[in-house]
Design a protein around this ligand. Structure first.
Ligand SMILES: N[C@@H](CCC(=O)N[C@@H](CS)C(=O)NCC(=O)O)C(=O)O
Length: 363
């Protein structure tokens, strides 16, 4: 079913991320869709005049009859896109890839096509771009590499952000049974921690730094609120999760995994501290669907990969109805479902850690 009345770039990107492809009545003149990943989208008749679509991935998109006059399509990937009767007058198509695109009856008056790769495989006004034979497969996009462990909450937040932002990436799973000390991994992550991200030879460690890097490099769809208070709330939630909630949960996680027996007093202390943090989070969430307001942000990803474990650790969310509803809704998202560790992975990790602990006791 086509979605009507899309009036903001973020709404379009959110709905696209949720799997919708057909959109009607899109009015996004002058919108910022720089670097947006929208392949296969149906935007026929969309109003995108003066929009910034530079470096956008619009492979196979239907843009027939769309108003793209004055749009910035510099470096956009428009391979196989349908641009029949589209208004591309004054559009900047410098370095855009239009291979196999259908430009029949499109209005290209006054558009800039310098170094654009045209539908027939010819370079229009080419200067230094290498010409590929028409049937040669398109060069692969450089892929990010995420080193992770499926049960790691710190890794999962990065994994989910990559999925939500629709960034192509490759997962490299570590067992953490000693493989994190391998020389080639230490070259990436000198403190032998996952997650670690490698982007074209550039390594980033520390999950929150990785999230910031992804946001800066791939700003669309945005996972950062714009408003000052929402931004501060987002950072508070991220840091309170990392610095308060996860340390308070650690003894309960160790007990759940069967690594330790917890004394009642230690358990009560952990549960009391978690309660304090949950009250704080409940208050910050308020009546909004997400911590940053109407849209998913990094706060939801960071807190939402930790809080969802609490019922399984014996900490009920019943006293925190907003958080309970929020966490249940997050678990319905494809990105949470796709990254949820399987019971077999959890059992496998428990056995592996018990073996490692037994080995350490005997050495
Ligand atoms: N502050 C770091 C924490 C990373 C961390 O503690 N990772 C754990 C797994 S969740 C790890 O790599 N453990 C294996 C090791 O340190 O050898 C982050 O947020 O990325």
């Amino acid at each position: 079913m086509p979605s009507g009345n899309i009036a903001s770039a973020s709404e379009l990107l959110q709905r696209y991320a949720a799997g919708e492809r057909e959109f009607e009545e899109v009015r996004l003149s002058s919108a910022n869709l720089q670097g947006a990943i929208l392949h296969g989208i149906d935007l026929s008749e969309a109003m995108l005049g003066n929009a910034d679509l530079s470096r956008a991935d619009l492979r196979g998109a239907d843009l027939s009859w769309a108003d793209l006059s004055g749009a910035n399509l510099q470096g956009a990937d428009l391979r196989g896109a349908i641009l029949t009767r589209a208004d591309l007058s004054r559009a900047n198509l410098t370095r855009a890839n239009l291979r196999k695109a259908d430009l029949s009856l499109a209005n290209l008056t006054g558009s800039q096509l310098s170094e654009a790769i045209m539908p027939d495989g010819q370079l229009h006004d080419a200067t230094e771009v290498e010409e590929h034979p028409p049937d040669e497969p398109a060069p692969e996009l450089p892929k990010l590499k995420l080193y992770h462990q499926p049960l790691s909450v710190n890794s999962r937040r990065v994994w989910i952000a990559l999925l939500e932002k629709q960034i192509p990436f490759e997962l490299v799973a570590l067992n953490l049974d000693g493989d994190q000390f391998a020389e080639d991994f230490l070259a990436v992550s000198p403190f032998h921690h996952i997650p670690a991200l490698v982007d074209d030879g550039f390594s980033v460690i520390e999950s929150l730094a990785i999230l910031d890097y992804l946001e800066a490099k791939y700003p669309m769809p945005s996972l950062l609120p714009k408003d000052a208070k929402a931004l501060a709330t987002m950072r508070m939630v991220e840091l309170v999760t990392a610095n308060e909630l996860l340390p308070a949960m650690t003894p309960l996680i160790r007990q759940m995994m069967g690594f330790i027996e917890l004394e009642a007093q230690t358990r009560d202390r952990s549960v009391g501290q978690i309660g304090k943090i949950l009250s704080f989070l409940e208050e910050k969430l308020g009546k909004s669907p997400y911590f940053g307001g109407e849209r998913l942000t990094l706060a939801d990803i960071v807190a939402g990969t930790a809080v969802i474990w609490l019922p399984g650790l014996g900490v009920s969310l019943d006293e925190y109805p907003a958080l309970k509803h929020w966490s249940e809704a997050l678990m319905q998202r494809q990105s949470w479902q796709q990254t949820q560790p399987t019971p077999e992975q959890i059992e496998g990790f428990k056995t592996q850690m018990r073996d490692l602990m037994a080995k350490a006791d005997h050495s």
